[in-house]
Design a protein around this ligand. Structure first.
Ligand code: GDD
Ligand code: MG
Length: 360
């Protein structure tokens, strides 16, 4: 089976991070995000993967290369203007050919047995099978209503609250037979969710949903991206995290440097060449990226520091994400903050929660 990863979106909900690089290669635990998807596909024997790209496409290609380092062949298919999730597939029709195709949204972190989904699809002679996830709020997703036999009854993209009737949503993982292509007119922008799926339903074709309890997360917002880091630390999804594991849920890369009396509270990940100053408390749920510097007597909890960031002495961070090359100067206290790349928070700054009042 061949695979296509739809990865041409603008990543608007991840701005300002996606001004600097496109969502597919934003790093998760120091690895380009798509590496997780590619390795997952490779573990189920998928050898040919096409990446349908538009926004900063050359950047994706330069990071991932020809795929050899992941044991796959990567094919790059560019769109001059974004063709939408369906149009991108029509644009990939030559690659698709007469093969069964696995399609992945390029921003979902998933882990389940792909062989079982293929068996399910084949046994039902389905022409399209979509994996389902469960969320408490389906309004940002494609809501999927299902019949008792697993057939899709209705697909509603981004339902309004008063349209929400179930919590099952499209996980962004499909198996499609080549016949589906005949339902996607070429050379125009098409949403597979808003146009093609409803069309398959009105044509009465065997269109199934596949439900299995599995880990699933769309990393498309800063909060979700942080969550993905924390879930990896919790081993909710398996990934080889490289660094040396010194105890349960503590990963410290051999090339990093820990000062005196540093307290690591699991789960923690300290990347290559990172430096942690004396007396600092790191964790729980802290990811310190490559070359990041945390000076003396800092507290870093529930936060992600990207590559080459600096946190000045006596500062504390919680629920915050520092994008690469950003700095928080000494004696600052930052909570619930996304600091964009190259920005600097001055000495002694404090973020204040909206609900907090200032005592005079
Ligand atoms: N090549 C290409 N061209 N890719 C695109 C385009 C395009 O014009 N537009 C979007 N994509 C890619 C994005 O890069 C992303 O990887 C994927 O398609 C989905 O787009 P998002 O913009 O992230 O969509 P969403 O998260 O709002 O909703 C989609 O994903 C949900 C699951 O996370 C839908 O498929 C929902 O139905 C689904 O529930
Ligand atoms: Mg998304």
């Amino acid at each position: 089976m061949k695979a296509v990863i739809l990865a041409g979106g603008l990543g608007t909900r991840l701005r300002p991070m996606t001004y600097r690089r496109p969502k597919p290669v934003i790093s998760l635990m120091g690895r380009p995000f798509l590496e997780f998807q590619i390795r997952w596909l490779e573990s189920f024997g998928v050898e040919d993967i096409a990446l349908c790209l538009h926004y900063q496409a050359d950047r994706v290609e330069s990071v991932l290369g020809d795929g050899r380092k992941y044991g796959v062949r990567l094919h790059y298919i560019y769109e001059e203007t974004p063709m939408g999730t369906g149009g991108a597939l029509a644009n990939a029709s030559q690659f698709w050919g007469q093969h069964r195709l696995l399609v992945l949204n390029g921003d979902v972190l998933v882990n389940f047995n792909l062989y079982s989904m293929v068996d399910f699809h084949v046994a039902r002679k389905s022409i399209a099978t979509i994996a389902l996830a469960r969320v408490s709020d389906p309004t940002s997703y494609g809501m999927v209503m299902v019949k008792p036999d697993g057939k899709v009854a209705r697909f509603l993209e981004k339902p309004a609250w008063d349209q929400v009737s179930v919590r099952s949503i499209n996980a962004g993982v499909y198996i499609l037979e080549p016949e589906v292509l005949t339902y996607i007119p070429p050379a125009r922008e098409i949403s597979i969710e808003r146009e093609t799926f409803p069309e398959l339903l009105s044509a009465g074709l065997p269109f199934y949903s596949y439900r299995e309890p599995f880990y699933w997360l769309d990393i498309g917002t800063p909060e979700k991206l942080m969550q993905a880091h924390f879930d990896l630390l919790d081993r909710k999804i398996f990934a080889d995290l490289n660094g040396t594991r010194i105890s349960d849920h503590v990963w410290v890369d051999k090339s990093s440097h820990l000062g005196e009396e540093v307290n690591l509270i699991p789960p923690v990940f300290i990347g290559p060449h990172a430096k942690i100053g004396d007396g600092s408390v790191i964790g729980p749920y802290a990811v310190i990226g490559e070359n990041a510097i945390v000076e003396n007597e800092c507290e870093i909890r529930r936060s992600v520091l990207y590559e080459n960031t600096i946190v000045g002495a006596n500062s504390s961070l919680s629920w915050s994400l520092l994008d690469e090359q950003s700095q928080v100067k000494e004696e600052s206290s930052i909570q619930g903050f996304l600091l964009s790349a190259d920005s600097v928070i001055g000495k002694g700054c404090r973020t204040i929660k909206a609900s907090e009042t200032i005592d005079s």
